[in-house]
Each structure stands twice: as C-alpha cells, then as structure tokens.
Design a protein around this ligand. Structure first.
Ligand SMILES: Nc1ncnc2c1ncn2[C@@H]1O[C@H](COP(=O)(O)OP(=O)(O)OP(=O)(O)O)[C@@H](O)[C@H]1O
Length: 278
C-alpha cells in the first residue's frame, strides 16, 4: 500500500474535485461525481459548459489538472490510460470525423474489436463478424452492413458508431451528443434505440452528453447539469431535470413538460410580452 485510498471497485467513474484548466481558464470543475454499475447518466448543459472536457477524462483521453480521478477502478496517475481505453466504448463527433468515407460499415464495426479504425485484417474471426452483425441489429442498422460510411445519412452514421462502440463489450459507454445534427425522425429513432439499450440489464453503464432534454432516452436514471464549468445539480434524474434547475443552467425561465418518460422544454411565455408598449 502506498497510502493512497484505493478506488471503489463498484464505481465505474469516481471523480473527486476534478478540475480541468487550460491557459489559465477553468474549463470544468471542481466536480465530484460517482457513476455506479447499471446507472445511465445524462450530462446536460449549454454550449461551452464543460461537458466534453469532463467526458474526455471519463474516456481516459486526458488527465485532470487537479483532483483525483478513477475510471473502472483504475486511478489516474497509477495506471496506463492506454490500457484502460479498450474497456470504454465511445462515440463522438471527433471519432466520426476520422472515419474514412470509403470504409465499409461491417469493417468499421468489427475493427473496433481489434482496436483499430478501418479494415485491418483480410479475414476476421467468425465470432467477431457475428457480434458485429448483432451490434448493428441492436441499433437497427444491420441493413447498412454492406454500405460505405460516406453514403450513410447522419442518423445512420450515429447508429453505426454506437454499434462500433458496443462491439468490444465495454464496461462503460460514453456518447457525446449522439443526436446532434439529426432531423426529427432520426432523433426519435435514436432515442428509441437508446431507450431499449438503457433497459437492457446487460448493457454497460452509460453517460450521454446533450444540450436538449428532448434527447434524453426514457430509462435514463441520473443526470448532471453543468453551467460555465460548474455543477448546477446532479443525482437522480427526476430531481435534477426540473424547470428550476434548467432555468438556472440556461439562464432563462424554462417551462418543462414530461410525457411518456420524455422531457420537453421551452422558454416560459411571459403574458402580455408580445403587446406593443405605448
Ligand atoms: N484546449 C482548450 N484550450 C482552451 N479552452 C478550451 C479548450 N478546450 C475547450 N476549451 C473551452 O472550454 C470550454 C468548455 O468546452 P467543452 O467543449 O468542454 O464544453 P461543452 O459543454 O462540451 O460545449 P459544447 O456543448 O459547445 O460542445 C469552452 O469555453 C471551450 O471554448
């Protein structure tokens, strides 16, 4: 023992006063955050709130400037982050932008199991190809297997990238704005798929970043609201996603509706505001 407290093996993410600073500015923090097995988290907040900065630590892509971070019970500073990354499934626009347009969808998914982007072997093991097909099926994208990535719509690309993120049977799934850029149909299709995933007891603990409460899939259990790098509220989703907390996070009066396990938000209409003042 080196005198440092050991990470809790039941916690997939354990951040204690984690803070990220760049060029003298605090991007996010201090944040103390615990994610347990089976939890499905949404991290929500306006542009620039620090959501991606926080997720990049959870993805073992970067170290916090201060505070202590453990992911999958591995303490940062005491572990090789590159060994941690294969245990984490990640879908983000940064990854989406790196996929070559001529990449075949089935290769894109199966190659995740080999830790590479793009076809790596002439032949993959049958068990891997079968799993890739299953993952595409779970996202309703099996019919796209023979297509090239560049020919897919935004919604199809998002679903294929999530299938890839699940390919390695990760212990933690991180989704950075999976519904960004999707039309209404694409968003609804994705939200439904993610709701099914959230309800699957074998699915990994999940953290989803979004700007919009409408994109929260039913079945998500916890939420964190960020504003200007600070936590406005975090905990059980019903306690966090409230009109009051959203009004604080988005700096305007928000009215919130809940229908069939979904959230819908809009700016509160002020009576008489439209009338011309004389
Ligand atoms: N490397 C960097 N150096 C300086 N500032 C940075 C750096 N990376 C991010 N920032 C700033 O940190 C803040 C938080 O960025 P971050 O991407 O984490 O926010 P976000 O909540 O994910 O935003 P969005 O919703 O717009 O994607 C922003 O103001 C951003 O401009």
């Amino acid at each position: 023992m080196d005198g440092v407290a050991q990470p809790d093996p039941d916690l997939l993410i354990e951040f204690d006063d984690v803070l990220v600073r760049r060029g003298g500015n605090v991007l996010v923090g201090p944040v103390t955050w615990k994610v347990e097995l089976d939890e499905r988290w949404v991290v929500l907040g306006p542009n620039g709130a620090g959501k991606t900065s926080l997720l990049r630590i959870a993805a073992a892509e970067t170290f916090p400037t201060s505070g202590t971070a453990s992911v999958l019970a591995e303490r940062f500073g005491h572990t090789d982050l590159s060994e941690l990354r294969p245990r984490i499934g990640m879908s983000s626009s940064a990854l989406a932008n790196r996929v070559p347009y001529d990449e075949k969808v089935s290769d894109l998914v199966v190659s995740a199991g080999y830790g590479v982007l793009g076809r790596w072997r002439e032949q993959y093991d049958a068990i891997d190809t079968e799993r890739a097909t299953e993952m595409l099926e779970s996202l309703g994208a099996e019919h796209l297997a023979g297509r090239t990535y560049g020919t897919l719509s935004e919604g199809e690309r998002k679903r294929v990238l999530i299938a890839r993120a699940l390919m390695t049977d990760p212990e933690l799934l991180l989704l950075d704005e999976p519904a960004a850029g999707l039309d209404l149909g694409g968003r609804e299709e994705l939200v439904a798929r993610l709701a099914t995933l959230a309800a699957d007891p074998d699915a990994p603990a999940t953290v989803l970043i979004t700007h919009h409460v409408e994109e929260i899939p039913p079945g998500f259990t916890h939420a964190m609201l960020l504003k200007e790098g600070q936590v406005v509220s975090q905990g059980l989703i019903d306690d966090v996603i409230t009109a009051e907390n959203l009004s604080t996070a988005f700096s305007q009066s928000i009215t919130l509706d809940r229908v069939d396990g979904r959230y819908f938000a809009r700016r509160t209409r002020e009576p008489g505001r439209h009338r011309v003042q004389v």
